[in-house]
Design a binder for this molecule. Structure first.
Ligand SMILES: Cc1ncc(COP(=O)(O)O)c(C=O)c1O
Length: 386
């Protein structure tokens, strides 16, 4: 069925949005066939964003853990995270559709910054919705968005995090559908968004596969990525999904513990439900209300997950686990001090999972997707380390 991964995905939206989703689907199909548009994107990815990103053998960390660890360095991209792959792609797609105004939601602020960056580059008007709680804990990114010329609308309703920001962005889109492209930042939302974002992030997996084959002459034993909505994870996994010998691990935020309200591990502790236009694993209470969630990292603090991951969980192709706040902080410190790389707290969850399960990965070759850099997290870390 169109727009589904097994039973997950779909378009659970108000009728007013269907024509916009149809228009987007058609434009995306045309984009994929359009040589000039794809060349334009590849040129910006290379000369502006800084692709290909290196695949770095982290020797000190490898020696410490007795694991052969490669880091896919998405943290080195312009604006600091993998999010720029998707925003450059969707901005060119929006131009292709003749849209003049871009709206987006943001949690950690990386997607907001990447959207504001690409909108500035292409000269499009840009409005970003951000929850009040996230705006407080990701101040550097709030300032960056404003400097880049975007209008940031702080959402004070609901959870005051990513979930509320998406609700407001969807409301804006319904009102301004003719002029506006809603640039979703992860593989969530109604079809065709999950497909579009996965397509623009698949460059991570394509590069990583080629790079490991060139460096090692063999495929890795495992690939690990953190999962918020799931875009960096599906981006790198897509390069290895068909390689049955490569084990894939998605790491969710275990927060302060696995009681409802203290974590955001939708795949580990949720059940199928509908939110933001799609059916997917979702954290809900006994009455089916979407639960409040927690993670030390704003980019993982989301009660749902992209439908593709729900499918990959049920099919058993990807194993999903959790990393708790304190384990992510420990990993953050370890990478900073052993390799001189300050990772985003989101990416620290992928590393934290590797560290706590190090016996299972002993002497294996593992690629960890380092989805972003940690500068944005300094306000959170200030209270802990300084
Ligand atoms: C650096 C970084 N990594 C990961 C994520 C999680 O998003 P996704 O699961 O879509 O990759 C975010 C989200 O803001 C992020 O900023």
């Amino acid at each position: 069925m169109k727009g589904y991964y097994g039973q997950y995905g779909g378009q659970f939206v108000a009728e007013t949005l269907i024509p916009a989703l149809d228009e987007l689907e058609e434009a995306f199909k045309a984009f994929k066939k359009n040589k000039a548009a794809k060349e334009e994107l590849n040129r910006y990815l290379k000369d502006y964003a800084g692709r290909p990103t290196p695949l770095y053998l982290a020797k000190n960390l490898s020696n410490q853990l007795n694991i052969n660890i490669y880091l896919k360095r998405e943290d080195l991209l312009h604006s600091g995270a993998h999010k720029i792959n998707n925003t450059l792609g969707q901005i060119i797609l929006a131009k292709f559709m003749g849209k003049k105004r871009i709206i987006a939601e943001t949690g950690a602020g990386q997607h907001g910054v990447a959207t504001a960056t690409a909108a500035a580059l292409m000269g499009l008007e840009c409005v970003i919705y951000m929850g009040e709680k996230d705006a407080e804990r990701q101040r550097p990114n709030l300032l960056r968005m404003k400097l880049l010329g975007a209008e940031v609308r702080i959402v004070k309703k609901g959870s005051r995090t990513l979930k509320s920001a998406i609700n407001e962005a969807l409301r804006d889109w319904v009102k301004n559908i003719r002029t506006t492209h809603y640039l979703i930042g992860s593989v969530v939302g109604p079809y065709p968004f999950p497909q579009i974002v996965a397509y623009f992030q698949s460059v991570i997996g394509r590069e990583a596969r080629k790079q490991i084959l060139s460096k090692q002459k063999s495929l890795p034993d495992a690939v690990i990525a953190c999962v918020g909505g799931g875009s960096n994870a599906i981006g790198i996994f897509s390069g290895f999904l068909k390689d049955k010998t490569v084990k894939l691990y998605g790491v969710e935020a275990g927060g302060e513990g696995l009681e409802l309200g203290k974590h955001s591990a939708a795949l580990t502790k949720g059940r199928p439900g509908i939110m933001h236009g799609a059916l997917s694993y979702l954290l809900q209470d006994d009455d089916g209300q979407v639960s409040l969630v927690h993670s030390i990292s704003a980019g993982l603090d989301y009660p749902g997950v992209g439908p593709v991951h729900s499918f990959l969980k049920d099919s058993g192709r990807v194993k999903y686990g959790v990393c708790f706040d304190d384990e992510a902080l420990e990993a953050f410190k370890m990478l900073s001090q052993l390799e001189g790389i300050i990772p985003a707290l989101e990416s620290s969850h992928a590393l934290g999972y590797l560290i706590k399960n190090k016996e299972d990965f002993a002497r294996k070759t593992v690629i960890v997707n380092l989805s972003g850099r940690g500068d944005k997290d300094l306000p959170i870390l200030e209270g802990i380390y300084v």
